[in-house]
Design a protein around this ligand. Structure first.
Ligand SMILES: Cc1cc2nc3c(=O)[nH]c(=O)nc-3n(C[C@H](O)[C@H](O)[C@H](O)COP(=O)(O)OP(=O)(O)OC[C@H]3O[C@@H](n4cnc5c(N)ncnc54)[C@H](O)[C@@H]3O)c2cc1C
Length: 291
């Protein structure tokens, strides 16, 4: 049963931030409620106040900036990102990622900000946004600050947001020329969180050698995690089967999976090996095909 709470519906972002400041520590922001209401029903979260931001137009947008980067407001739904022509044209890997998130019903109502703030280690957007070197805007009555995506996730369901802050939006920078990205997760149950996932972003030079690489693992550590040794292995090298095998092995060693009802530790390491090789190869192919 959900414990009683006071429902607050601010009309503007400024009002929302003032309420957050006033009730910090005893309130929760609610976006689509897809994750929060489950926790409240289970009695794991018992806020005295709920601050509803889902309807705030200021936080609901998908915009390409003058430099080719993408800004997405926190209350933008997964489905809006998935079906955006702008996103499909400029950052197709985000569409690929969104198609992996839950069911269409959850994507229709759940927000990108809620997903990231919830910080489920198996969440789909985190690894992809880290691979794309995205940054997140945190807002409070004191102003805005930027948090790099790879510094945002601190632990299981814990982020760098302070109690008086909400996530206002995300920014994905323009990708370098000759870059490609790819994402895939393995899930036992359709439309559910993954047992393991990998996002890869690769940049190549004219000779076809890798000049920049990010390999980010999902669901195999308390937070999405960059496989730094795997990334290092890629730099300066041309594509080969041997390279893919070495990179996949390193990523699997860098994962720190647990065993649970979805998958054993060993199986998760195996998944990371397979998905890493597949995603690096796919991102590399896309990099070569891009301008
Ligand atoms: C059946 C089911 C399957 C799912 N499968 C997947 C999946 O496969 N992949 C995946 O990635 N996710 C999955 N999810 C999670 C789902 O995508 C998220 O629940 C949803 O995106 C959260 O968004 P929301 O707007 O509903 O957040 P809410 O439930 O409203 O909030 C979640 C948390 O974030 C906080 N919050 C919300 N918005 C903000 C904000 N702007 N700033 C600061 N804090 C905020 C809330 O206080 C709360 O702590 C699944 C969920 C369900 C119910």
């Amino acid at each position: 049963m959900i414990r009683d709470f006071v429902y607050l519906r601010p009309g503007t972002l400024a009002e929302a931030l003032a309420l957050l400041s006033e009730h910090q520590g005893e309130c929760k922001v609610i976006g689509g409620g897809q994750s929060l209401l489950i926790l409240m029903r289970q009695g794991l979260v018992t806020p005295a106040y709920l601050i509803d931001i889902k309807h705030l137009k200021e936080l609901n947008s998908i915009l390409l900036d003058g430099k080719g980067g993408l800004s997405v407001g926190a209350t933008t739904t997964h489905r809006a990102i998935e079906t955006s022509e702008t996103v499909r044209t400029h950052f197709p890997v985000l569409v690929e990622m969104e198609r992996n998130v839950a069911s269409i019903q959850t994507r229709n109502w759940g927000t990108i900000g809620g997903n990231l703030a919830h910080a489920d280690p198996a969440g789909d957007p985190g690894p992809v946004l880290i691979a794309l070197d995205a940054s997140f805007q945190a807002a409070s009555t004191h102003g805005e600050r930027t948090i790099g995506a790879d510094a945002f996730f601190l632990d299981y369901f814990e982020t760098a947001l302070r109690d008086d802050e909400l996530l206002a939006g995300i920014h994905v920078p323009a990708q370098r020329p000759k870059s490609g990205a790819a994402y895939e997760k393995f899930t036992i149950i359709k439309n559910d969180l993954g047992a393991a996932s990998v996002a890869a972003s690769i940049t190549v030079d004219d000779a076809g050698k890798c000049t920049n690489a990010r390999v980010v693992l999902g669901a195999v550590a308390p937070t999405p995690r960059r496989a730094m040794q795997a990334e290092q292995e890629l730099l300066g090298r041309p594509m080969s089967d041997g390279l893919l095998n070495r990179v996949a092995e390193k990523a699997s060693e860098e994962a720190t999976p647990i065993s649970d009802i979805h998958a054993s530790e060993d199986f998760r390491r195996h998944l990371i090996r397979v998905l890493t090789a597949r995603m690096v190869a796919k991102a590399w192919k896309r990099a070569i095909a891009s301008n």
